[in-house]
Design a protein around this ligand. Structure first.
Ligand code: GLU
Length: 469
């Protein structure tokens, strides 16, 4: 039997990091089993779907390493609507489903004040199809539905506790539960690996598989991803969109490594490992049962390590989207013609060891490309104290006299200027840094001044000095 798994996102919003994790787990499982990964876009909720969300899913998957053309699909659930209706009709014909026109209020009036699920009123009343008649599945009264789950063992659900659930609405349209099963069946899916939130649907879906006469798949429900308060990551509250992380400058390699650690770990004491190791070592049945904390701080630290591990030339390439701007990344504050690739290449190794996400490259290097630096006023006020004006005067005089404009000479010269006033280098260089870069933190100062050049450095220090008059 060839293993066939699927990833079946609904295109109702940005692509959720939890979804990306399920996709990767499916992807690896298929690869390990010599199986097939199918992508199905569950686009039947017409009111909430948008084509751009579908495109977002495809491009986010591509970014994370599940590249277009390397899987089966994408299929679109909406294209299968005929099959869904045919399955509903078959279930009705075989007596496994029946029509019902009860409202919630009707059931409530019959059974007491609290609604505790449908009471089976229409089970044997023989109501035919018609507007407003929903189709309900006739759940067995006895026995139990045992779900074989690679992560959870054999969760068992008493059938008598499962109500006769709706499989097609009053307008005849099949609901998600049924459409999802029919698609999996049509696509020959053997293993359903998906988020834990679908576990309550599983006994109902397995009953549908059985009623439609097909052997159910093996299931694997992976634990939910939560925030630091142990709340399920939500798109309203948390940063969940894979695209947002991509546009902030997370590397795909770091992201997918991190995502795979949510609920699983490679052997040994390692967390940062090559993708090939994850592909070899990952075991679906080793995935934890407990919810997985999505720790953005840890992800940042991971990303910093991945950035530092890049060869400089690759780092420079990886920075390009932030140096130019794209459809989804804002352009930098300088004009394209102000950018100087050689100057950037000269400071790139310094930046590479300091940034955790690629978007941080921009505030670190903008002083090199702007005619005058963007002054952070709070930093200015904090740094420019009594004595700063004279210090800047002395720095200008000393720098003007320098024979060689290199980081080392700049450093020893400024150190001497500070020493005359009994100041340590840190205190001496702060006003110079703010004058030249507009900020209190950034790349090593003297290397920065070397790359910026004598003329621009002196012009900026003089301009800052004038502001202090
Ligand atoms: N479209 C469903 C979702 O995005 C998929 C459910 C499943 O994987 O079976 O949650």
């Amino acid at each position: 039997m060839t293993v066939r798994v699927r990833f079946a996102p609904s295109p109702t919003g940005m692509f959720h990091v939890g979804g990306a994790r399920s996709a990767l787990q499916n992807w690896i499982y298929a690869k390990q089993q010599g199986g097939v990964f199918v992508l199905r876009i569950e686009d039947t909720d017409a009111a909430r779907n948008k084509p751009e969300w579908t495109e977002g899913i495809l491009s986010a998957l591509d970014w994370i390493g599940i590249s277009r053309g390397s899987y089966e699909g994408p299929y679109f659930q909406s294209a299968n609507a005929g099959e869904h209706r045919a399955a509903a009709a078959r279930l009705h014909e075989s007596g496994r489903a029946y029509y019902c026109d009860c409202t919630r209020e009707d059931v409530q009036a019959r059974t007491g004040s609290q609604y505790q699920g449908y009471d089976g009123y229409h089970r044997d009343r023989g109501l035919g199809p018609g507007p407003g008649h929903a189709l309900r599945f006739r759940t067995p009264d006895e026995g139990a539905t045992v779900v074989v789950d690679l992560i959870r063992g054999e969760p068992t659900f008493e059938n008598k506790l499962i109500e006769d659930f709706v499989i097609a609405r009053g307008d005849g349209s099949p609901v998600f539960l049924l459409a999802n099963v029919v698609d999996d069946m049509t696509m020959g899916i053997t293993h359903v690996i998906r988020a834990e939130e679908h576990l309550p649907n599983t006994p109902k879906q397995q009953l549908l598989w059985e009623a439609l006469g097909v052997k159910p798949p093996i299931w694997a429900h992976v634990p939910v991803v939560v925030n630091e308060k142990r709340q399920k990551l939500s798109k309203r509250r948390d940063k969940v969109a894979l695209e947002a992380y991509r546009d902030e400058g997370y590397l795909a390699g770091a992201m997918r490594n991190y995502l795979m650690l949510l609920g699983w770990a490679p052997s040994g004491d390692r967390e940062i490992v090559p993708w090939s190791v994850i592909e070899d070592e990952f075991r679906l049945d080793e995935v934890n049962l407990s919810s997985a904390f999505f720790d953005e701080k840890k992800l940042r630290a991971f990303n910093g390590e991945y950035i530092r591990a890049l060869p400089v030339a690759e780092f420079i390439d990886a920075c390009q989207p932030w140096l130019t701007g794209t459809d989804t990344i804002a352009p930098p504050p300088w004009q394209p013609e102000e950018f100087d690739a050689d100057a950037f290449a000269a400071v790139a190794p310094l930046a590479q060891t300091r940034i955790a996400v690629l978007s941080e490259i921009v505030p670190n290097v903008d002083f090199l490309f702007l005619a005058s630096p963007l002054i952070d006023e709070a930093a200015w006020t904090k740094t420019m104290k009594d004595g700063s004006a004279e210090l800047l005067d002395d720095a200008v005089a000393a720098f003007e006299a320098l024979e060689s404009w290199d980081a080392e000479s700049l450093k020893s010269t400024l150190e001497a200027v500070g020493a005359e006033r009994g100041l340590k280098l840190g205190k001496t260089q702060a006003p110079v840094r703010v004058a030249v870069t507009g900020r209190t933190v950034g790349l090593p100062l003297f290397e920065s001044l070397e790359v910026l050049g004598r003329e621009r450095t002196l012009t900026r220090i003089r301009a800052a000095r004038l502001r202090l008059v």
